[in-house]
Design a protein around this ligand. Structure first.
Ligand code: MOS
Length: 697
């Protein structure tokens, strides 16, 4: 190539459909449980039935006598594992039972059915101990941890919140409760493991948000050099955070493969998920706001109490978004956590922000009512000049614009009087949204091939979001070629290292590396002459240095939700009639897949508001709602035609791709907007989610 070619019409910004869509709808795309390796066996784990104690005996005879059952692994004879930072992965290593549902045995058999029957026939005896699984604010074991999820300090105080609250002319002081919630992706966790003893290699197909971390974890646990371990996560049927770290199923699948010498598939039944793949921990909130009569805040205090397990400390950082939102001279944000005999909580879409903004944005609505100020206006009046907690300038912040544009599109002013239609009470509500901008080191390699096409490789993971497609768009634009000349390879641990698909940071992180590799390749091609050789020409890029650089800016996406809700005074049913979101999340790279992310988040927020709820059973120490018949995610009939808009935001302080991340912000604030609309319609505050008929009537 002699010169840089003229760029074709840019691919970024176009509504490109998912590149793997056809493979998926025709069944050609393979998920982790679908790798039909020759001679494969199946494993089924046995969950503990006590909430605390130890295994005293395991009788495997009945299971082993069943047709097709090959083996049963127990804490006494399972392979010993090497070091690992995550104690939830140390399965079958000792007889301790830290919570109900913890795995205590594993049946391996010729078929999935035989494995399940084998698991059911294993007789486990326990020495049960008294347990405590119920969270309450005054729990004697509550403590303030050093840090909360995300590495944030647990406690921050600026100014004297108590004094400012005492002196405030107008105050609200409210308690909110968000129940435990479960991720429930369409595809429950699954892994197919192949331990090749002769070659000394381990190949694993895992439903994961990041095969790189699965690889390093398995290498350490099973004492293999990392280069002998390959992990493939080519297609993943949803995750929402619960596949962000390796989970016990993959460890057990590898144990079984090593033990039997056969490839083994372990597909978790949905009913196991609540106990072994993390959940959104319940959060109890106290929010206190102090304000002048003109609505300007003088104090904001957000105190959160949550639970963790006795296995691992995970603290839902629900007071952290209050550090970002509003200009309050006195600002107190703090967390307390209670270790209980419960499953270990973990990431679920917008951990921290989703429950935290429910509480804060409900309290803002209560303050607006107390002041008689329009809730949109109240938020506008408290717009900070810099990030309240840190004092750092925002890289960009268009919350006011989101509120204003949303109000105009929703026709907010016209809906400010609640109305009645027969038994229905109808009202409207608003809430703000925010989610931080994260970016993680990644690398990529771009190849120019002799046939004039390009191959871009990076170990990204596409959870169904369209990440693969957007990466191809980023590559095509950087290479200045049409999209159909670019092939993207992702979802394989042998590819250049890519960060986990989490924190709404995937596209920015991988995209940065892809962009750099592709622009370097274009420059290299411009310098050389003659045709591309048979072997191709390739360039790697790694963003470690740049991605790790601390930004002097506070970087967050913002948004605003507007909801119209009806409450049936006869049945107690609450339904969302309209839901409209406006987001400022940097550059929107693909309007089709982006819209689907925003809508998906808002649907999940609608579920959080109205239907999703999990109960910790105090007697059994387990979640009662552990399938989709009892844990109600919204169905199509529950979801109105959701309206999504975004502002064109050009933020030069992000990364070359210019996006802030859109995977999580859609769920943030949605439940508050719906709860606020419920209050507007009925005059009643229900400060615990979800708004189910039993609470409404
Ligand atoms: Mo998402 S909860 O950061 O995987």
């Amino acid at each position: 190539m002699d010169s840089i070619p003229a760029a074709p019409a840019p691919s970024l910004g176009s509504p490109v459909t998912r590149l793997e869509g056809r493979e998926k709808v025709t069944g050609k795309a393979r998920y982790a449980a679908e790798y039909a390796l020759p001679d494969r066996a199946y494993a089924w784990p046995v969950p503990a039935t006590v909430a605390r104690g130890r295994v005293t005996a395991v009788d495997t005879a009945g299971a082993l006598a069943l047709p097709g059952v090959l083996s049963v692994l127990t804490p006494y004879d399972a392979p010993r594992l090497g070091p690992c930072d995550d104690p939830t992965l140390r399965v079958l290593q000792d007889p301790e039972v830290p919570h109900r549902g913890w795995y205590v045995a594993l049946a391996v058999a010729e078929t999935p059915e035989a494995a399940r029957a084998g698991a059911a026939a294993v007789r486990v005896r326990y020495g049960a101990e008294p347990h405590d699984a119920v969270l309450h604010t005054g729990h004697p074991a509550a403590y303030t941890p050093e840090q909360v999820n995300g590495g944030y300090p647990a406690h921050r105080e600026k100014g004297d919140a108590a004094a400012a609250l005492a002196a405030a002319p107008v105050r609200v002081d409210c308690a909110y409760a968000v129940p435990p919630l479960h991720n429930h992706p369409m595809e429950p966790h699954a892994a197919t493991a192949h331990w090749d003893a002769d070659a000394g290699t381990l190949t694993v197909y895992d439903s994961s948000q990041g095969s790189g971390l699965v690889r390093s974890t398995l290498a350490s646990l099973f004492g293999l050099p990392a280069d002998r371990v390959t992990v493939v996560s080519e297609h993943v049927g949803g995750a929402f955070g619960c596949k962000g770290t390796p989970r016990p199923h993959v460890v057990l699948a590898v144990m079984a493969a090593r033990h039997t010498g056969r490839p083994v598939t372990l597909a978790l039944p949905r009913r196991h998920l609540a106990a072994v793949v993390g959940h959104r921990a319940p959060t109890l909130h106290r929010v206190r706001l102090g304000a002048r009569t003109d609505g300007t805040l003088t104090a904001l205090a957000h105190e959160v109490t949550t639970h963790t397990s006795r296995v691992r400390e995970f603290v839902e950082q629900a007071a952290v978004p209050a550090r970002v939102m509003y200009a309050a001279p006195a600002l107190l944000t703090t967390h307390r956590v209670v270790p209980l005999d419960v499953p270990t909580p973990s990431w679920m879409r917008a951990p921290g922000e989703a429950p935290g903004m429910y509480a804060l944005e409900s309290a803002m609505d209560e303050l607006a009512c107390a002041l008689g100020i329009d809730p949109v206006e109240l938020r506008v009046r408290n717009e900070p000049g810099a990030e309240p907690d840190s004092g750092h300038p925002f890289s960009s912040r268009h919350l006011v614009e989101c509120l204003r544009e949303g109000a105009a599109r929703f026709d907010w002013a016209a809906h400010r009087t609640p109305r009645q239609d027969g038994p229905l009470l109808i009202g409207t509500g608003v809430a703000a949204a925010t989610y931080p901008v994260y970016v993680a080191p990644s690398s990529a390699r771009a190849h120019a091939l002799a046939d004039g096409t390009y191959l871009v490789r990076t170990n990204a993971t596409d959870l169904g979001t369209g990440a693969r497609t957007v990466l191809a768009q980023i590559a095509a634009d950087a290479l200045r070629v049409p999209l159909d000349r670019v092939t993207v390879e992702i979802g394989h641990s042998a590819l250049p290292q890519g960060s986990v698909a989490g924190g709404s940071a995937g596209t920015a992180s991988w995209g940065w590396a892809v962009h750099n590799a592709c622009t370097s390749l274009v420059a290299l091609l411009a310098r050389r002459s003659g045709p591309i050789p048979e072997a191709g020409v390739s360039v790697p890029a790694d963003t470690t240095a740049s991605a790790k650089q601390k930004s002097p800016y506070a970087r967050h996406a913002f948004g605003a939700h507007f909801a119209q809700v009806q409450t049936d005074t006869v049945t107690g049913e609450v339904r969302v009639r309209r839901l409209l979101g406006v987001f400022a999340a940097g550059r929107i790279l693909n309007p089709l897949t982006a819209r689907s992310q925003f809508v998906g988040g808002m649907v999940m927020g609608l579920g959080m508001a109205l239907t999703e709820h999990s109960t910790m059973d105090p007697a059994f120490g387990d979640f009662t709602e552990n399938d989709l018949a009892s844990y109600h995610v919204p169905a199509h009939a529950d979801v109105p035609d959701i309206e999504v808009h975004w502002l064109d935001e050009h933020d030069k302080h992000l990364n070359p791709v210019g996006g802030k991340g859109i995977g999580e912000i859609g769920i943030v604030g949605t439940a508050a907007a719906i709860g606020n609309a419920f209050h507007h319609a009925t005059g009643r505050r229900i400060r615990a989610l979800p708004l189910t008929p039993d609470r409404v009537l």
